[in-house]
Design a protein around this ligand. Structure first.
Ligand code: ADP
Ligand code: ASP
Ligand code: MG
Length: 466
């Protein structure tokens, strides 16, 4: 079971989570994976940024406010002072590690990806002892565990990939005996470590991924992701009021939604469980009586067609082109080997048939280094006008229409586009084909809300009452 930031956001949320864990532990062997308390990871990254700028004082002030926040939660979670003491000490140790990291960073005015990982991972290392304490207080034996001893990853800081064989071995060895003895491990989400023991993080929102990595490593019967909404919804509820919960989706549909920005799931969440076909549930920790969404290998077919919509906004459109690239056979190859070299995640590709222009979309965070690398790769060609331009447009968004077997159903693209046309939403690019379960289109960022509400209505996804 994984509990996200809002599900462990304060003492009363942690108590609610602890009850869910203790109830489950009565029936099953259960491992909890926890995020940092809501907002804490952002604050830690802020502290690291202050330190990078040489502001050790500002960084220390943030850590101090986090100390207070966690101590306040501790005081209401654990009644006995003598039981609070060791946890308080653990929190202090983690925070002083943070202080030392920030002091070092401020001194050097340099923040390496490795140090940023060490600082941003502190939130989970603070929340896990609190949740374990609450579980104990609610009536089950429990131990806080740092995932750096369980999840083995490569050394790509800020977005590390798990190495499943090694992870399996470590997790079973460390967690197996606890589970045998009826002790509930409360594991830090978001964190792993290289084979050399260097701490890494799995990327923002990565605790979902931690949960499925551990689920697969332990041959779990199921993984439950507890969050602050009723499940996977037909659209982002913050943008589409009429969004409703989908009872069952397939791995593929859920993966498409996650990949195209549905924040409820980290994009890599389903990778670890596909092979063993472990079902994943998304449920509301604030309303545990509701069923939630079940994600299964096949999903529940609605006979094909649109199941949900999603949008991804923090993206940038890059185009490489000009009349000169006609007949240069290696432009496509060089473009995408360059994006691969800088590990930019390419979300969508579109090329016009005249080959004047290759345009593709990457995450905004990857844009600058991608463009720099492309300018370097094509320096000669730009100078000789074989390639006329490499341009960047950050004010765009991708909207994806997701559902199984959509390619077999005529008219989905047409229906989408005429609805958008009616609302005056301008389409910049369209991509269909790579997958049967997704049609995605690129629009101006300012049009996202209109595009989503219109399409949602057009495909009958609005709840019947509204
Ligand atoms: P957690 O802290 O539990 O990991 P997140 O904030 O990362 O939770 O993800 C849950 C949020 O994702 C919801 O509160 C909701 O606003 C947002 N969201 C975006 N798209 C969807 C969707 N299609 N279905 C459900 N939630 C979505
Ligand atoms: N705490 C981490 C983040 O905010 C991981 C997570 O919550 O899933 O990105
Ligand atoms: Mg999340």
């Amino acid at each position: 079971m994984k509990f996200g930031g809002t599900s462990v956001g304060d003492a009363s949320c942690i108590t609610r989570a602890a009850k869910i864990i203790v109830n489950a532990a009565k029936e099953f062997r259960c491992v909890a994976v926890v995020s940092a308390m809501s907002g804490v990871t952002n604050r830690l990254i802020e502290a690291a940024d202050h330190a990078r700028a040489g502001n050790a004082g500002e960084a220390a002030a943030i850590l101090e406010s986090l100390r207070k926040q966690h101590e306040t939660a501790l005081s209401s979670l654990v009644r006995q002072e003598e039981e609070r003491q060791p946890i308080r000490q653990r929190l202090q140790e983690v925070l002083s590690e943070g202080r030392r990291l920030c002091e070092g960073t401020a001194l050097l005015r340099e923040l390496t990806p490795r140090t940023l990982d060490a600082v941003s991972s502190l939130g989970e290392r603070l929340s896990a002892p609190l949740v374990a304490a609450a579980v104990k207080d609610t009536g089950a034996a429990s131990e806080a565990i740092e995932a750096s001893g369980l999840i083995v990853t490569d050394a790509f800081h800020g977005g590390a990939e798990p190495q499943m064989e090694a992870t399996r071995e470590k997790s079973q060895k460390r967690l197996g005996p606890l589970l045998e003895n009826g002790i509930v491990p409360v594991v830090t989400g978001f964190i792993g470590a290289t084979t050399h023991g260097q701490l890494t993080t799995l990327g923002r929102g990565g605790s979902d991924f931690s949960a499925t990595i551990l689920g697969a490593a332990l041959d779990a019967d199921e993984v439950i992701i507890w969050t602050d909404v009723d499940g996977v919804l037909t659209a982002d509820p913050r943008l589409v009021q009429a969004a409703r919960t989908i009872p069952e989706v397939s791995y593929r549909e859920a993966a498409e939604l996650a990949y195209f920005g549905a924040k409820v799931l980290h994009p890599k969440t389903l990778n670890p469980v596909v092979q063993a076909a472990i079902p994943v549930w998304i449920r509301n920790s604030f309303a545990p009586e509701r069923r939630g969404t079940k994600i299964t290998p096949e999903g529940r077919s609605i006979g094909g067609g649109v199941k949900a919509l999603t949008a991804i906004r923090d993206v940038t459109l890059i185009s490489v082109g000009g009349p000169g690239i006609v007949g240069l056979p290696d432009v496509v190859g060089r473009t995408f080997s360059t994006t691969a070299d800088v590990r930019a995640n390419v979300l969508l590709i579109s090329q016009s048939s005249s080959q004047n222009d290759i345009c593709f979309i990457v995450a905004a965070a990857d844009a600058q280094r991608t463009v720099e690398a492309l300018r370097k790769e094509f320096a000669q060609d730009l100078a000789h006008h074989n390639v006329e331009h490499i341009t960047v447009d950050p004010n765009i968004a991708i909207v994806a229409v997701v559902g199984e077997n959509m390619r077999g159903i005529p008219g989905i693209a047409g229906k989408t586009f005429s609805a958008l046309g009616r609302e005056g939403v301008n389409l910049i690019a369209i991509a269909q084909g790579s997958s049967e379960s997704n049609i995605s289109f690129v629009i101006e960022e300012q049009d996202v809300k209109t595009a989503l509400t219109t399409t949602h209505r057009e495909f009958g996804l609005d709840s019947p009452q509204s």
